[in-house]
Design a protein. Structure first.
Length: 117
């Protein structure tokens, strides 16, 4: 299990930007594909973006061109830069660490992102 601590959520107006950060407590960060998921009220949790240890990234169609995922393997951190935010981006955002060897998942506690005028 990996301990994950997110930060950076908050309230922002439509069109604004936020940057989420997630710090992992593990000595084997290189084993993990890192991802950001989100869950809106009454909705299922959905993948927003994921990034492999080598830096290959995938995005949900709804955020392509607006969100950028990145990671710093030395700091054991992953980031989600969110630009051009829309009200429909409002959700609790969760950091995920997927172990490529065991197929296990660890989750952060979540951080609220609210996009509203």
């Amino acid at each position: 299990q990996v301990q994950l601590v997110e930060s950076g959520g908050g309230l922002v107006q439509p069109g604004g930007s936020l940057r989420l950060s997630c710090k992992a407590s593990t000595t084997t960060f290189g084993l993990y594909t890192m991802g950001w998921y989100r869950q809106a009220p009454g909705m299922q949790r959905e993948l927003v973006a994921a990034i492999t240890v080598s830096g290959n990234a995938d995005y949900a169609e709804s955020v392509k061109g607006r969100f950028t995922i990145s990671r710093d393997n030395a700091k054991k951190e992953v980031y989600l830069q969110m630009n051009s935010l829309k009200p429909e981006d409002t959700a609790v955002y969760y950091c995920n660490a997927h172990n490529r060897l065991t197929d296990g998942d660890s989750w952060g506690q979540g951080t609220q992102v609210t996009v509203s005028s």
